[in-house]
Design a binder for this molecule. Sequence first.
Ligand code: NAD
Ligand code: TYD
Length: 341
Amino acid sequence: MQHPSCARVVVTGGAGFIGSEFARVLVERGYRSVTVFDKLTYAGNPANIADLAAYPGFTFVQGDICDAARVDEVLADADIVVNFAAETHVDRSLLHPGEFIQTDVFGVWVLLEAARKFGLAKFVHVSTDEVYGEILSGSSVETDALSPRNPYSASKAGGEMMVLAYAATYGVPAVISRGSNTYGPRQYPEKFLPLATTNVLEGRPIPVYGNGRQMRDWMHVRDHAEGIELLVREGRAGEVYNVGGGNVRENLLIVEYILDELDAPRDLVTHVTDRQGHDIRYSLDTTKIRSLGWQPRIPFEDGVRETIRWYRDNRSWWEPLKSGEYEEYYRRNYAGRELVR
Ligand code: NAD
Ligand code: TYD
């Protein structure tokens, strides 16, 4: 691609957790312009990008990736689009799958049409390891069959298929990243680590699904954002790259770190009815992206403990989020769950 100092990048979903960190990486690395295009759903938060407003090349545009006219306005003057925009929470996808199909499949198609029309130099689509489905041993490689098992991961797989179809059919220079579970500052407190941490800070129980022995392949948000930035520069069109932290750990270990770091009583841990269709384990083989020169840098325990302290020290970021719509969702998702041992 052209030198970053010449590249005009649109980051869709850039007011969310990972997209905002990615926009920060682009700003730090001197990209010519960085435009965050975001609908500001419940998960989008202007506070996540407030620090970027001072950068001369930075712009925020509120809009929906499903709105073709609005997408055209923003992509007409872009060289590269990196798509983070998505409905992202598995539990919500069990409650209302339609919104996931709308943004994670239809919205991706709208972006692809615009990328094709304006002849963009690169289309980086941010996907997830969840498209492989659970893997009980070993690690998923990019050539493995996709086997999504919930409406979120199925929608993400659908979006990916459209991206690959546009790459093969129309030559859209598209690259897909499949990231593993990401943690760090500014993650919406519906996801496990910030939910459990902020619950403890409020003296509320930690709801652990089932026995808590499910495993995720954890990665710090900075490592994830830097991996995607490398794909912007070096990812080959039509290719898929796993981006994973290599830290396959049980959920209960995260709980241990939270209790320890916040010096909280163990009886806050509450095992509740398991998630329907809960994937037991994810693990990514990252040989392919490592061959381009990326590797995760932040050690798991250090990164998790530092993240827990960030939520402890930044109540003004999360407290306003845990009201209104959030409380309603929380009741819907957790109220009927039975206690299990
Ligand atoms: P997030 O929920 O924090 O943010 C999503 C952002 O997308 C929000 O700012 C939201 O307002 C915006 N958005 C949603 N629908 C939109 C629409 N129709 N038009 C425009 N903007 C819209 O999500 P995240 O955790 O930062 O995830 C970002 C991407 O990374 C997603 O595509 C997700 O599938 C993928 N991913 C996430 C993880 C993870 O662990 N969080 C892991 C791997 C991949
Ligand atoms: P989550 O952060 O929702 O990410 P994903 O389901 O996309 O991997 O959940 C991470 C793990 O934590 C997953 O195994 C489900 C579990 N979990 C709980 O045990 N309790 C909860 O309240 C939540 C939200 C998740």
